[in-house]
Design a protein around this ligand. Structure first.
Ligand code: GLN
Ligand code: ZN
Length: 753
């Protein structure tokens, strides 16, 4: 066998030490000029290319780099700038680009939403009243830069017209086909320019092909690609899919393009079954995503090698490209700086650079199957299986846990009402209060052992005390301790549970310059010690009012972590649930019997394909219930979710069987209320009455109106009054003012029911 080709789909933007983020933020703060900003960004871009060249890739992506987001890049290069940004035509200025992403005093930012099922957020293009026009050929610039500066013929990466349109808003679905054709003409120009500049291979990303698109949509897709490739006949286009198996395999592999990119990690079973059943066209290239672009584990290269050999029975090796399953945007850059991780664990990890090295190793083992190359593959696999075989992952028998509370909601409601004697429309908050920089700095010092446990503890307690007094003064009905001891709602619990590890530099881009560092769930998750009992009990000791316990739910902890992949996600969720149940019971026996278990990420875990929703929701709900069922009837379970489209999951929300749910709604109140109206939500519910994302202080009357509107569909006996979400990003002054108005609005509303 020989001449297998290696490729990459996209490289992380943030830099090994988040230098990209720092430069971006320095520029926004006006600390560097536009010229030096452009210069530094160019140096990163070239560095990133060099990092890939060093790893011997045959096809290196260009044009995947971005100053914010690749969907925004695409909109901007087509001049698709909403009117409110007063764009004058021509190349879109950098200031307008960032204004669209971040908003200005005069124009609100474009909406941001999740990129498929990842935690990356893109800027939603707004097409209302706009016609696409190629005002700047960004992939061409990237291509030429790589060619001139590094003598590399890069593989331009372009977001495809179909997916771009699917992700856009501001038009009626009946216009979809016309809009797509309009876009296609612009793509033709873009591709022609690339071809003239000497590009050979071009990767057009069409991840929408893995979603539930209809047959009609698929044939529309096909005809548009006919239109494009007829005009640019001798450019080798790869239509690239990822994150799942394609929905219409036959149609996709028969598209009139040179190559098809399929995901053989996330979409492994379905894609592989399809290729086995239908074969693969003899004249096409298969770009096979075989190294996981979404998770951080090393690959079992022996298995991968076998898989490549299997694939080669359908596609000649000469026509096979091996690559990560998706862009590496979703994993950290390099393991080099991880100096404190356990050796066995570190040996089992692969960030972007290590993944590219894996591809290189596989390529070598196929093209030159020497003993040396094969040994390297074996050694690699062995160092990985050290973790798989370790005690940390020894199979544990989970105890069977109740997933149903012993009393119905109505029975519980009666008992709970008697226990707390809360006023009608009780007021509360979602958990966190403002985190001062003083607290953050103290935590950093404490972590560096520069501050003793006692001193740190005393600081946290002082803050709790202060906010109990504030809550007393404001007159809230149910208090919280304020979450001052938490850096992040998942990391905090991960650090206290067994089975979690934390990298030093494992950052990934979440949106714009914002990065997250997900915890790594590497082994069995187990309860080790009480996590929240001290702070909660301390808070409770200072007041007669009930203090809500505050935990992060199993599904959210799972969805915001990098998760081991040797057992089903559901098993990991159940392990977390079991550990959380222990905490719930500890709180309960210490007298904290109102406990909130937050699940803001419940919806985020929804699979891309609707047919898989049920399965996910079933175990997600089960995990939540495991952590909250084996308790006394009179213990009141609260849960909280951030804004999301609830319509399609409302049955699952009800199935959580929480006594009270608080939901972020202020941005779409009417919509949400109608969702609840139609399904008649019949448990305790707090619809957020003001938006915590804005520094604006909501007026009492506004909130009275919101409460009254909600009460037209929800019974007052079940209704709670609370803000949209936690308050940790607000100032003390804003928080006190807003909550005082909120309490007044509840009092007023009580007199009106
Ligand atoms: N209890 C958390 C807080 O108040 C909830 C945060 C969230 O929903 N994202 O901060
Ligand atoms: Zn929230």
């Amino acid at each position: 066998m020989n001449s297998l080709t290696s490729s990459n789909l996209g490289y992380p933007r943030i830099g090994e030490k988040r230098e990209w983020k720092k430069t971006l933020e320095a520029f926004w703060k006006g600390k560097i000029t536009e010229a030096s900003f452009e210069k530094v960004m160019k140096s990163y871009r070239l560095q990133y290319l060099n990092n890939q060249i060093e790893r011997n890739l045959d096809y290196i992506p260009v044009g995947d780099f971005s100053l914010y987001d690749h969907v925004l890049d695409t909109a901007v290069m087509f001049g698709l700038v909403p009117d409110r940004f007063q764009y004058q035509g021509g190349k879109v200025p950098l200031s307008t680009y960032f204004a669209m992403a971040r908003g200005t005093d005069n124009a609100h930012a474009c909406e941001m939403t999740k990129w498929f099922d990842t935690n990356y957020h893109y800027i939603v293009p707004e097409l209302k009243g706009l016609t696409p026009k190629l005002v700047e050929n960004k992939p061409l610039q990237a291509f030429l830069e790589a060619k001139t500066e590094l003598n590399v013929i890069g593989k331009p990466v372009i977001l495809g017209p179909f997916t771009f349109l699917k992700l856009s808003k501001g038009f009626d679905q009946s216009e979809f086909a016309d809009r797509l054709n309009q876009l296609a003409s612009v793509y033709i120009q873009l591709l022609q320019e690339l071809k003239e500049a000497g590009a050979t291979f071009v990767q057009i990303d069409e991840p929408s092909l893995v979603t539930d698109i209809s047959e009609e949509e698929m044939s529309l897709f096909t005809s548009v690609y006919h239109f494009i490739t007829d005009q640019v006949p001798d450019l080798d286009i790869i239509v690239q899919t990822y994150f799942e198996a394609v929905t219409h395999y036959d149609a996709v592999v028969n598209l009139p393009v040179k190559g098809i990119g399929l995901d053989f990690v996330a979409g492994f079973e379905t894609n592989f079954a399809a290729i086995t059943k239908h074969g693969f066209p003899k004249d096409k290239i298969l770009a096979a995503g075989i190294i996981d672009g979404r998770n951080i584990w090393k690959s079992n290269l022996e298995e991968k090698l076998t898989f490549i050999k299997e694939l080669s029975t359908f596609v000649d090796v000469e026509r096979l490209l091996i690559q990560p399953s998706s862009s590496l945007l979703h994993v950290p850059v390099s393991l080099t700086h991880e100096t404190t991780l356990d050796r066995t664990l570190k040996n089992a990890l692969a960030f972007s650079h290590e993944k590219l090295e894996e591809i290189n190793m596989l390529k070598k083992a196929i093209t030159v199957p020497s003993a040396e190359h094969l040994r390297a593959i074996q050694a690699h696999t062995q160092s990985f299986t050290e973790l798989t075989n370790s005690n940390w992952r020894k199979k544990v028998e989970r105890n069977p846990l109740a997933t149903e509370r012993a009393a119905t909601f109505n029975e519980r409601h009666k008992l709970q009402k008697k226990k707390w004697k809360l006023p009608l429309l009780p007021t509360t908050t979602i958990g966190s209060f403002p985190q001062t920089s003083e607290i953050r700095q103290a935590r950093a010092r404490w972590r560096r052992n520069e501050l003793s446990n006692e001193a740190y503890d005393a600081l946290i307690k002082a803050e709790i005390k202060k906010w109990i007094e504030i809550q007393e003064k404001i007159g809230l009905d149910v208090f919280v301790h304020g979450e001052f001891e938490r850096n992040d709602m998942v990391e905090f619990f991960g650090e206290k549970l067994a089975g979690f590890a934390f990298s030093k530099n494992g950052w990934v881009q979440s949106y714009g310059s914002r990065c997250v560092k997900p915890p790594i769930i590497f082994g069995n998750v187990l309860f080790v010690e009480p996590m929240t009992v001290n702070e909660t009990l301390y808070a409770q000791s200072l007041t007669e009012k009930p203090v809500k316990g505050m935990l992060t739910g199993p599904v959210t902890i799972l969805n915001w972590s990098f998760v081991r992949d040797d057992i089903p996600k559901k098993e990991v969720a159940f392990q977390i649930a079991e550990a959380l149940l222990k905490e719930v019971k500890l709180l309960e026996s210490a007298g904290i019997t109102m406990i909130q278990v937050d699940e803001p990420a419940l919806r985020e875990g929804l699979p891309l394909k609707k047919t898989q929703h049920n399965e996910y929701l079933t175990w997600a709900v089960e995990a939540f219930r495991m952590s909250t069922s084996q308790i006394d009837h009179s213990t009141q379970i609260h849960t909280h979710m951030c804004y999301c489209d609830f319509n399609d999951i409302i049955d699952s929300i009800r199935a959580l069987d929480a006594d009270v749910i608080s939901i972020e709604t202020s941005r779409s109140h009417a919509e949400l209320i109608s969702a609840f109206e139609h399904r008649q939500y019949d448990k305790g519910i707090g619809l957020g009455v003001y938006d915590i994302h804005s520094p604006r202080i909501p007026k009492e009357e506004e909130m009275v109106t919101i409460i009254q509107r909600a009460l037209t569909v929800l019974p007052p006996s079940l209704f709670w009054v609370n803000p949209d979400c936690g308050l940790k990003t607000r100032t003390e002054q804003e928080t006190v003012a807003a909550l005082s108005n909120m309490v007044q609005s509840a009092k007023k509303a009580r007199t009106m029911v």
